[in-house]
Design a protein around this ligand. Structure first.
Ligand SMILES: [Zn+2]
Length: 266
């Protein structure tokens, strides 16, 4: 019994190796590590390169735990004078890797967050977020990769941008927006993910209650609230409890969802 953590940030751990080993022992087979800016994306690439040199593999037996990468500039991490350098790096990395054999599986974490205090009343900051999100969507489209979306307070606009960009795969991570937008997200063929917020947040719980199980991924958003990737089991158990579904059946479905979405081999 293994599970995939589809959304984690590993760059701030002084020893990511230990965190991953601990999660591997708890049955986590794969982690999708999302960068939020240039430095964190570089750090994740280092972590993956180090893992590949690890022998024996991090998990006993089989293929070992795998860490997959997503490159992104989070709306909360935008620094105006760093944007171009960040995207130049993303573009070089995407070209450098042969995508099929590389660990880059997605673009993100990216999106619109109009709830930040410094953004709420500032149209220029909102516009900057839009421009940056659009650049991610262009990359997702060009390299045919899924996009992992962070969104608060601009759900419908984010969905509109994704559709207009003709990006094929999108997941609204930690979805806590309104149900009418969620309906349109699902109608467009996109996914949502449920985090540890499924244990306590009425909005997050309502979203997974509404969405069909084959459109849901599970995640931790490590290190939020002290989580590490193994806590994805908690998100998963909360999901099963909310939906009143059998854990064995649900596990097969959420793992298949994650594999199909990120193109991760078993
Ligand atoms: Zn995140």
């Amino acid at each position: 019994m293994t599970i995939i953590d589809t959304h984690a940030h590993l760059y701030d751990f002084p020893n990511a190796d230990d965190v991953l080993r601990d999660s591997a022992a708890a049955g986590v087979s794969d982690v999708v590590a999302l960068g939020v800016d240039l430095a964190s994306s570089k750090k994740h690439i280092e972590i993956v390169e180090q893992l590949q040199n690890d022998s024996p593999p991090l998990v006993g037996g089989g293929r070992g735990m795998q860490v997959h990468l997503a490159l992104g500039l989070h709306p909360g991490n935008i620094q105006t004078d760093h944007i171009d350098a960040t995207f130049l790096f993303f573009l070089e990395e995407l070209r450098r890797f042969n995508l099929r054999s590389s660990n880059i599986v997605a673009i993100g974490e990216a999106g619109l967050d109009f709830w930040y205090k410094w953004v709420r009343q500032d149209d220029a900051k909102k516009n900057e977020q839009r421009v940056v999100f659009q650049r991610h969507l262009d990359l997702a489209r060009e390299f045919d990769l899924p996009i992992v979306v962070h969104c608060r307070g601009a759900w419908r606009e984010s969905l509109g941008m994704i559709k207009a960009a003709h990006v094929k795969k999108a997941v609204f991570h930690w979805y806590s927006g309104p149900v009418d937008v969620l309906k349109d997200i699902l109608d467009a063929g996109f996914l949502i993910s449920g985090s540890l917020a499924l244990e306590y947040s009425p909005e997050a719980r309502q979203a997974v209650e509404y969405a069909q199980i084959d459109r849901i991924l599970v995640e931790t958003d490590t290190p939020v609230r002290g989580a590490t990737p193994k806590d994805v089991w908690r998100s998963f158990k909360a999901l099963c409890q909310i939906k009143g579904i059998d854990e064995d059946k649900a596990l097969a479905v959420v793992n298949a969802n994650a594999r199909a979405f990120f193109n991760i081999e078993e």
